[in-house]
Design a protein around this ligand. Structure first.
Ligand SMILES: Cc1ncc(COP(=O)(O)O)c(C=O)c1O
Length: 409
């Protein structure tokens, strides 16, 4: 056994989260794509079966009240809250992340203008996941703002008394870079603007501290590190003291103070419920609720500690096994700047695609998947490996790096 395989064995033996793996449906594949679609928790199929057969099939309409379907968005929001450092009553679950980005960003501009009506700029992370950029552009047109795309490091310098809202990613989806949420939030506030954080790549992977850092609004998906399943509903956080001024651009009947009053005039409900729009997607939502049970007894700090240990160990294995110059790590080495993924550039300049030459990044990932190591490929030349501490172990990490070296050889 190699030195690194022995080290992996020791690390696995000392891993306090190791038992959690049994709560997921997994096989002998090394699954490093939980930053795209989390694995299936064992509790989910049975719950979905119950929701479909008994709650829908037998109780039918009664489940909206007797089965607590109606309050599921807030109830499940409260289940997510401690995972992102929020007190109860500030998160609702529903819709996609994209839709929640839209709600939050337009509401952020409206909030900022209630303090300073002349504010007319939306600052957005220029390197953002595309949907956030598209929606920010549309939100800017709708609110009469100018869109200002800048890199996260340029954000403090871009802020001023014209800034209304700022949309940022906690962890960059491509590079895995963790941005400084506390200091960027403070900078946005010092400029008198409102911040919206996209937590897709941090919720369930590391401590976020929404309340502690005074974040205004936040959104995130639940199908990555929260393992909610394909297309599971997203979440929206509205800080408690902003809720009565949260003016949603999608005021649906579900956020009405009296939804069954069927009134023609809109009057928003109090609290996080204001973030709701229409009928919740109950099947996906209750699958998510079952998936969140894996978090019982788990501290996010322990998840973070293991995540950093896994990514450190992966880098050590890649450096040992992969010949020099074949890949370049684009994820920061500093723990304070690293999310729960490692992104390796594997570009034609590091190995050409010509016949007989080294394979391109897309081809490398295809061969890795064929050999039971599942990560993903992001255009144009990035191999992404996501590390979900609840079910990835150190032996998986050693095997992934070893197979990567074989594929690149
Ligand atoms: C950072 C980020 N924001 C937004 C999205 C899009 O989310 P949705 O498809 O739920 O709208 C993703 C999807 O992967 C993402 O990574």
């Amino acid at each position: 056994m190699s030195e690194l395989a022995l080290k992996a064995e020791k690390l696995d033996a000392a891993d306090e989260l190791a038992a959690k793996r049994a709560e997921f449906v997994l096989d002998d594949v090394v699954y490093l794509d939980g930053n795209s679609l989390g694995a299936l928790p064992v509790a989910v199929p049975g719950r979905v079966e119950d929701v479909v057969r008994r709650q829908w099939g037998e109780l039918r309409i009664r489940s909206w009240t007797e089965g607590d379907w109606w309050t599921a968005p807030e109830r499940i929001g409260d289940r997510i809250a401690p995972l992102v450092g929020a007190a109860a009553g500030q998160i609702v679950v529903g819709d996609s992340t994209s839709v929640n980005v839209f709600k939050a960003l337009v509401a952020a501009v409206r909030l900022a203008r209630s303090a300073g009506p002349e504010r007319d700029e939306i600052v957005v992370d220029a390197t953002t996941f595309p949907t956030d950029g598209y929606i920010a552009g549309s939100a800017a047109r709708m609110t009469g703002c100018t869109l200002r795309p800048v890199t996260p490091s340029e954000v403090p310098g871009a802020l001023g008394d014209r800034t209304a809202a700022v949309l940022l990613n906690h962890v960059d989806y491509r590079t895995g870079r963790l941005h400084d949420l506390p200091s960027l939030t403070a900078a946005v506030h010092a400029a008198g603007a409102v911040v919206v954080w996209d937590l897709c790549h941090s919720a369930g992977a590391l401590p976020v501290g929404l309340d502690e850092h005074g974040v205004d609004l936040a959104v995130g998906c639940t199908y990555k590190y929260l393992n909610g399943g394909p297309g599971s509903p997203a979440f929206l956080y509205v800080r408690a003291d902003l809720q009565d001024r949260f003016d949603s651009p999608l005021p649906g009947w579900n956020s009405h103070v009296e939804p069954f009053g069927m009134r023609s005039a809109y009057e928003p409900a109090a609290g996080a419920v204001r973030g709701r729009v229409g009928t919740p997607d109950i099947l996906s939502m209750l699958a998510l609720e079952a998936a969140l049970e894996v978090w019982d007894g788990v501290a996010v700090d322990a998840v973070r500690a293991k995540s950093l240990a896994l990514t450190d160990f992966f880098l050590e294995c890649v450096e040992t096994y992969v010949p020099d110059g074949r890949v370049e790590c684009v994820t920061p080495r500093a723990h304070g700047e690293r999310g729960s993924q490692i992104a390796l550039r594997c570009s034609p300049t590091l190995g050409s695609a010509r016949a007989g030459g080294p394979p391109t990044a897309g081809e490398v990932m295809r061969r890795l998947i064929e050999r039971g190591v599942v990560g993903d490929f992001r255009h144009p030349d990035v191999l992404r490996f996501g590390f979900t501490p609840l079910y990835v172990g150190f032996a998986d990490v050693e095997r992934a790096a070893r197979v990567l070296a074989e594929v690149l050889a």
